[in-house]
Design a protein around this ligand. Sequence first.
Ligand code: NAD
Length: 446
Amino acid sequence: MADRYLSLTGTAPGRFLTRRLGLPQPARLRRWSAEQPSLQGRLMHLTAGRSDLDLAPVLALAGLDLDLVPAGSALDLGTENPVAVVLDATGVRDVDTLAEVHAALHPVVRSVAASGRIVVLGSPTDPADHHQAAVQQGLEGFVRSLGKEIGRGRTVNLVRLTDARAAESTFRFLLSPRSAYVSGQVVEIGDGETGNGAPADWRKPLAGRTALVTGAARGIGEAVAATLARDGARVVCLDVPAAGADLAAAARRLDGVALPLDITADDAGARIADALPEGLDVLVHNAGITRDRRLVNMPAERWSSVLDVNLASVLRTTDALLTGGTLRAGGRIVATASIAGIAGNAGQTNYAASKAGIVGLVRALGPRALSEYGVTVNAVAPGFIETRMTAAVPLFIREAGRRMNSLSQGGLPADVAETTAWFAGPGSGAVNGQVVRVCGQSLLGA
Ligand code: NAD
């Protein structure tokens, strides 16, 4: 269902009218396109506190198409608005140096271009130093608040890291049009020793890799398969046999393979393994269903069908493909949570339990899967995404879902797909156990 309000505010009379009425002003987000794959313009590198991070060489890496303004040098804000700002606040250890965050960003925040990016870098909180822990946690509140107030399609995210090189794939994602609908998020990067290093070609990072996407006949899953294929993967598209025609068409468009299979079947793991004798590199658990009812009206069947598709089958197939060796070392698992699993939602006790379960799975399995199998485990948590699932939502609730986020609009399946592709990349070995919301910083929950 098209977002007519977004189209209306894209016209001059519509903008005039909605402004006069004090209504939300969603910006047209700049997303990835083959013609404009990267942000172009100036990247400003700022520092608060004394930093030990060797950041400049990583930011200077080609591929960003950004003109780096190094830390300490002046930028003529009159003529050259930055499209991206990276503020290194890893050295902030007390309230006095936290003031340097304000001092650094206060003069530039107004001039950041529309659809621009602000990425704040923090350090892991130090349990032995409660002053450092307090102000580093303070960065989270700062980033989430700036994301809510900055407007014009601009995003603000926090990355906690100790080694800049381990965050290269994350910079390439957050400082690009591919993260258009990701704002107010906190990502923790592991140490640089994990992972499998940079791909030979950042434009085709998944070349030579095989990816399986469940629920790929339509909606978000179809977009994920298309994005992974764009990035060079050979894709295997899985969906229920009843979706066979759509599934076959989706796989054909991507030069991929269709695998009609109900993921809740007891032997689903074994059948996937049989279909992939040469192994698998990327496993995307996307298939999901809703069966909404308030708990007082919810029969057991509505509970169990949602838990079976959204969580139990994810656990079963993950176990089978990981322990059976189908998922190769260097592999990536990306599961699909939801903001409902984080914030809760009336009428969705079953769905939210299943999606919160995904968060628990990712946090527990991530570290173990990496040390035992060399595989990372992360989750995307979509907010309101324009799909058939949300088109079926009653009009008033649908409009509220679309507008109640910092970007005042719904996301597109491609937004979830881009975040999945970042997790799936060979350069993202240090990104593990993370749950990143793709929700335009929804006002539901944290
Ligand atoms: P969708 O209903 O459009 O597509 C889901 C696909 O999964 C369908 O093709 C369906 O046939 C398939 N599927 C369902 N049960 C299956 C099974 N047993 N075996 C194999 N395939 C099965 O949904 P969508 O909006 O694209 O959502 C995709 C994922 O994103 C789901 O996990 C959903 O919970 C999650 N999500 C979506 C939104 C949103 O706003 N659309 C928000 C949060 C989370």
